[in-house]
Design a protein around this ligand. Structure first.
Ligand SMILES: C[S@@+](CC[C@H](N)C(=O)[O-])C[C@H]1O[C@@H](n2cnc3c(N)ncnc32)[C@H](O)[C@@H]1O
Length: 383
């Protein structure tokens, strides 16, 4: 057995790897925003790390519960924060023991309450964790980190159970690499069905090429989340600059969740917002402007209509973009004459928040329409 596999199987702690660092970077950026908004708005909120691990890697980096705690303790707005409960669950007793040791090393803050549950499996303990997280308040914001080692530990029913509260959100590690490798094996079909809560995954199997197929699995998963009434976004965690090893998927009930998530994607992958490797992270900032072409296509489809700013930002968020991207796309369209701000007439910026935008199509801009009328009418200029 390879040394790494042996560590994972037999030892409480294992060595870190570059993609774990990228995953934690995504966590940190998302948590920065989530904490900044939620902990200054609500009296109390909870993060459940349901596959917590031992809290430390053999070579030193912190595990996810410590990443969460440190993001709280080092947050620039911490002085204004209300209470955060961090609840951790881990299956193996030796990892639970190590996690408790790591938590004991953290500085204390009365507004950060950390609970490490007795060892157990997430599927068996979800109801208990949910009760602990909500404390009788179904509206309390709860962010669930769902980061198992394999597909079998995270059936879709578990994800659904974690999103019952109207402010519940989940950040799922989606095993698109394994899905790509095993999806054609008949024996794997029941596992896939349980993972997607149905047959949505089948639409991805026919895709050729691993990049396209992994993306298609992420899209299929998001479609399943959509069926469950959730908004979502995804980001690829890559090993080198090739296709994703797995994806992180955020599922939320609220556009406010996407407003935190989308900037994380674009920060870590400034050109496509789709995925990053440790190599990319080291090169951050080298990749010029964002590709907003799919947002532009969506806007072009509104020709003949007027859209309010709130409807436009909502559409941009759901397509995975930030408000800044919307402004860029509108600038591009306005330069082509295809978007025109009809309200307000006077403003200090090009796209203020009370903008109403009218969209046109290429035909509306054609100059020869006039000549056609002249020719058709046979009676010279129509004025
Ligand atoms: C990928 S590791 C978690 C790493 C951690 N989230 C981090 O980022 O540092 C998955 C952990 O979940 C534990 N585990 C496996 N199956 C589990 C289950 N069904 N319920 C809870 N924990 C489980 C494993 O022992 C392992 O420590």
């Amino acid at each position: 057995m390879a040394r790494r596999k042996q560590e994972l199987k037999n030892e409480p702690v294992w060595r870190s790897d570059p993609h774990t660092q990228v995953k934690h970077l995504v966590y940190r950026h998302y948590l920065q925003c989530w904490m900044g908004k939620i902990l200054q708005t609500f009296k109390e909120a909870t993060i459940v790390d349901a596959f917590a691990g031992p809290g430390v890697y053999k070579d030193g980096p912190p595990g996810s519960p410590i990443v969460v705690a440190k993001t709280f303790l080092e947050h620039s707005a911490r002085g204004r924060f209300n209470r955060l409960n961090l609840i951790c669950l881990e299956e193996r007793p030796d990892r639970v023991e190590e996690l408790r040791r790591q938590i004991d090393l953290l500085p204390r803050d009365p507004r950060l309450r950390i609970t490490v549950a007795e060892p157990g499996r997430a599927v068996d303990r979800q109801a208990e964790l949910s009760a602990l997280a909500h404390q009788g308040d179904p509206d309390r914001p709860v962010l669930w980190l769902l980061d198992p080692f394999n597909l079998k530990s995270l059936p879709f029913e578990l994800v659904k159970a974690c999103t019952q509260g109207r402010r519940d959100e989940v950040l799922v590690s989606l095993f698109t690499g394994e899905l790509h490798r095993f999806c054609e094996q008949p024996a794997f079909a029941p596992v896939m069905d349980a993972y997607f809560g149905g047959g949505a995954w089948q639409s991805a199997v026919g895709k050729s090429g691993q990049v396209a197929r992994k993306e298609a699995f992420a899209d299929a998963y998001r479609a399943a989340l959509g069926e469950a009434g959730l908004l979502s976004g995804h980001f690829g965690i890559q090993v080198s600059r090739d296709s994703a090893r797995y994806h992180l998927v955020l599922a939320t009930h609220s556009e406010a969740g996407l407003a935190c998530w989308n900037p994380v994607k674009w920060k870590l992958d400034a050109y496509t917002g789709k995925g990053a490797s440790a190599h990319d992270i080291a090169q951050l900032g080298l990749f010029g402007e964002a590709d907003v072409s799919s947002l532009e296509s969506a806007l072009r489809a509104h020709s003949g209509m007027e859209w309010s700013w709130s409807a436009l930002t909502s559409e941009a968020l759901r397509l995975g973009y930030k408000e800044a991207h919307l402004r860029t796309a509108l600038d591009d369209l306005a330069q082509e004459g295809l978007a025109f701000r009809v309200q307000p007439v006077k403003a200090n910026t090009r796209w203020p928040h009370d903008s109403v935008v009218r969209f046109y199509n290429e035909e509306d801009l054609e100059e020869d329409g006039f000549e056609d009328i002249e020719a058709d009418s046979g009676q010279g200029r129509l004025v």
